[in-house]
Design a binder for this molecule. Structure first.
Ligand SMILES: Cc1ncc(COP(=O)(O)O)c(C=O)c1O
Length: 343
């Protein structure tokens, strides 16, 4: 498949005794929070394939959607600016007036975190309500149709960049980890049939898990992928990931084997975007004990789920976990007030 190089790879894999002790298993952190500058995180690996398709279709404007502090929307906006394209972002909000058809008034837009970065790089933002957001595929296509009518060349990227094409970014990531293992860059991994016992990652829209589910057996990374739900539940994600896996095989029929998928709902917390007190305290413990900064919406909950699995005895201190740090730092910076009690 065509791929436009956007991410700075290979990203490092780091391991520290201090982190192992805090989590309760051997944790090898794949630093995909370092795939770039402000555009960094997991989304840019998916965009390498999606934007390549957009370019092949001569797109001049990228359309996508997400929560108001969406990391995916921010990565898309920055990539668009890098490539000289326009971006229109449909962002879900619980506050104020919304419209799928007109740009949000400046006064209604946040000036922090991902939304600040979206605005700095000049993305057009439409604020949409939760009810409108439920029809996202319809309004994205309607807007694309409207733009085509005006002679523009839109390319629609689904929520989270999560379709079969985007998922290929994480098949590629699995291949990258195999190369690092073969070069002897990961302690104790080279001689094993599988380099790790499991891969663990946050799941928000399913594309990253789908790519890893196909990449992990192919690259002999691990027999199992722990998919940590940050919204919705195991039943929902089983269906979504299954659909994306099926689509991805349509692009590459060598992607037959699939890792065992463990859909883990233990770290959902109070709701999407909000942490429990224990989760917040864990994030702060990791930051202070190891210097590793996790975000409260995705990577913080994902590592917390690994910690809970170790506490339940599902993982032992000797279990080898490849933890994908998917980024999200701007989201943390937008949530400073939630941490006031910990500082
Ligand atoms: C920082 C971060 N980590 C993990 C995820 C989850 O990835 P996916 O949407 O592919 O499930 C997202 C996006 O939803 C994200 O922004």
């Amino acid at each position: 498949m065509k791929r436009v190089r956007l991410a700075f790879t290979p990203t490092p894999i780091v391991h520290s005794a201090a982190l192992d002790a805090l989590v309760g298993a051997k944790v090898f952190v794949k630093r995909d929070d370092m795939t770039g500058g402000a555009e960094a995180g997991n989304k840019i690996r998916k965009l390498e394939y999606l934007v390549a398709e957009g370019q092949a279709r001569s797109a001049n404007v990228l359309l996508t959607c997400g929560a108001v502090q969406s990391n995916h929307a921010r990565a898309t906006a920055i990539v668009a600016a890098r490539l000289g394209l326009r971006a229109i972002l449909f962002l879900r909000t619980g506050e104020g007036p919304t419209s799928v058809e007109t740009p949000a008034p400046k006064a209604a837009l946040p000036t922090a975190g991902n939304a600040l970065l979206d605005r700095l790089v000049g993305a057009e933002i439409r604020l949409v309500s939760a009810a409108e957001y439920a029809t996202r595929d319809t309004f994205l296509e309607a807007e694309a149709e409207r733009l085509r009518g005006r002679g523009e060349r839109p390319y629609v990227i689904p929520e989270g960049g999560s379709n079969g094409l985007g998922a290929l970014g994480y098949v590629q990531c699995a291949r990258e980890v195999r190369e690092q293992v073969d070069l002897g860059l990961v302690d104790g991994a080279k001689a094993r049939a599988f380099a790790f016992d499991e891969v663990a990652v946050a799941c928000g829209s399913g594309g990253t898990v789908a790519g890893l589910a196909l990449g992990a057996p192919l690259a002999r990374l691990a027999p199992r992928v722990r998919s940590v739900s940050v919204c919705d539940d195991a039943g929902y994600f089983r269906r979504v990931v299954g659909r994306i896996v099926h689509q991805a095989r349509g692009y590459d029929d060598t992607l037959q084997a699939e890792a065992e998928l463990c859909f883990d709902d233990a770290a959902l917390g109070p709701r999407y975007g909000a942490m429990s007190d224990d989760q917040r305290a864990f994030l702060v413990r990791i930051a202070r004990g190891t210097g590793l900064l996790l975000d409260p919406v995705y990577s913080g909950k994902a590592l917390y789920a690994v910690h809970l699995a170790a506490k339940r005895g599902e993982l032992s201190p000797e279990s080898r976990v490849l933890f994908i740090h998917t980024g999200g730092l701007p989201g943390l910076l937008a949530e400073g007030a939630a941490f006031a009690g910990e500082l």
